[in-house]
Design a binder for this molecule. Sequence first.
Ligand code: AMP
Length: 325
Amino acid sequence: MIPVMQQIFEKIEQADSIMIFRHRRIDGDCVGASKGMKGLISLTWPEKKVYLIDDEKSEYLSFMGPDDDEVSDDVYSHSLGIVIDVGNHERISNPKYALCPFLIKIDHHIPKDTYGHINWVEEHRSSACEMIAAFYAAFQDKLIIDEKTAACIYTGMVTDSGRFQYEGVNGDTMRLAGLMLDKGVDTEKLYAHLYLRSFDQLKFKACIYENMQCTENGVAWIHVTKDMQQRFRLDFETASTAISSLSDIKGMLCWLAFIDTDTEEIRVRLRSRFAAINTVAEKYHGGGHAGASGATVWSMEEMQSLIRDADEHIRLYKETHEGWL
Ligand code: AMP
């Protein structure tokens, strides 16, 4: 066990009140990891107060249970803060994290910002949930877990690793996932929550395949316009799933989804195989991982510029590497 895990355990043990934070634009990993950590603490120390407060809601992820109601600022200023799955402090979804006098950062993104008083960052981990599972594994003689908590942790391990297929998945990932499954996770139900699609969503998928475009050097992209979102009655979260439909085109080492929002902002989701794409995301107000990043653009010109940059990036990669598919 690495010393920072022991420090985190001791900090949690000493705290009476704990607040857990995660990133904006919630996903399976940050929700699973925050609820997983909350579950471990609440089950082990029922006398401690543990809060998970976030304005952002996700219907898709609601099966993991609700968050807590807002509390007074005074509670924040007397609590230990644990921020999970957030690379840089600007992305912490609840800005009141800043009221906490002591912060612990637990994260697997490429480190940009050591905002924690204790920072446990392992960028090779396939998910933040894998880190929470590792935390449980390290202290399993002291920590209590139940099926619901294990299911939250397992959920993030599955979603952030693309069902255990992305870079970063190794033997340790599978052993920790196995440890979670041993706690009785109902995988049939879980996969139904994660992967069943409505009729409209499948029609939307067909529309993506109809409208997707590819650049000369191997970047596939789709613009999910407001019009498309209305036509298929998509909420923003469902519209954002467009990215996964572009993941398996031979020769396309990078794929992008541009999703219109209610404002001028256009959300960008970037994914890649073999080549790292985070540097392109960083140029457009974003960041993330080598193979999965996010960014924002504000106009069609900026969208085209990002596509050109990604195309050039992939051209260079192909020119200098062999063995990609
Ligand atoms: P997404 O496409 O939103 O699922 O993002 C992919 C990965 O990049 C996730 O791990 C996000 O936490 C991260 N990410 C997304 N947007 C940003 C951003 N603006 N800055 C830094 N990291 C981001």
